[in-house]
Design a protein around this ligand. Structure first.
Ligand code: PAF
Length: 281
């Protein structure tokens, strides 16, 4: 496994692979890797001849500077996990390498970015599009892998690929959960003992709401989750929306869409967690 810090070196390595007619897969990450990331890497290794993983905490997607400062960074541990998973190339650039000058590009994702995370994290998806497009230009992967925990991010990246007409196929992979149901996230490392214990209630109420949804209206199901989450003293709900899984627009009735997903963002103490559940697909 090669660990690379420069874009020029990365481009020359992937060019060699492409010349040898090898397929190239990319897993973009911000590091602090966990089993969820490794599930993406496993899939990338299985489906491509060369697996590239980027590890870069991208400053332009953080609207809150304290969140950026608190984001966990574990490069040595990440490299060891990636080596074990069979990754070929790890790209770990410094900020100056990715942003030698400010990226002034402004993407427009319309209604996709005006819901859920959009209003709570202004500029976030623009920053995600900036870094992911830079990575796509550098690696030119055949396939790129993203986790479905960031449900809205996957939709935005698909839209970006469409707008930029990039020849990459986006592969979305299911959420990986802890044994008790909590969706795996690098942010979970920041939960203290009480927060970690109570954080499980997010997935618990989402799972219960799926059973509940079998007999109840969409509005009742939404209220069920909001009310139960609202009862947990250390939670502060940003949103729980039940949306069309393609357009991300809220739906009013179960019959309004073929693909229906419930997406939640909730502060557990100081740590903002997101999760989602598929009601219908
Ligand atoms: O999902 C993430 O970890 C990040 O948003 C991504 C896609 C690596 C871009 O920085």
């Amino acid at each position: 496994m090669e660990i690379i810090k420069g874009i020029a070196q990365l481009k020359s390595l992937v060019a060699q692979a492409r010349e040898a007619k090898k397929s190239i897969g990319l897993v973009p990450t911000m590091g602090a890797l966990h089993a969820g990331h490794i599930s993406l890497v496993n899939r990338c290794v299985a489906e491509n001849e060369v697996c590239v993983v980027s590890v870069f905490v991208n400053p332009t997607q953080f609207n809150d500077k304290s969140d950026l400062a608190a984001y966990p960074r574990t490069p040595e541990q990440d490299a060891a996990m990636l080596e074990k998973a069979g990754c070929d190339i790890v790209f770990m650039p410094e900020v100056e390498e990715m942003y030698p000058e400010p990226d002034t590009r402004q993407f427009a994702f319309g209604a996709l970015e005006q819901v859920m995370e959009g209003p709570y994290r202004p500029g976030h998806f623009n920053g995600v599009a900036q870094i992911v497009s830079k990575l796509f230009y550098a690696v030119e992967p055949d396939l790129a892998y993203f986790g479905e925990k960031d449900f809205q991010q996957v939709a935005i990246i698909r839209e970006m690929v469409k707008q930029l007409q990039l020849p990459v196929k986006i592969v979305s992979c299911p959420i990986v959960r802890e044994a008790d149901g909590l969706a795996m996230s690098s942010r979970n490392q920041r939960l203290n003992e009480e927060e970690r214990k109570k954080s499980v209630l997010i997935s618990k109420y989402l799972f219960e709401s799926r059973t509940f949804a079998g007999e109840k209206s969409l509005a009742e199901t939404k209220a069920f989750v909001e009310e139960n989450i609202g009862k947990v003293d250390i939670f502060r709900l940003d949103y729980f929306e039940i949306v069309d899984g393609y357009t991300l627009q809220p739906v009013k009735n179960w019959e309004d869409a073929d693909y229906v997903v419930g997406c939640i963002a909730v502060f557990c103490g100081p740590v903002r967690l997101i999760d989602n559940i598929i009601y219908k697909s």
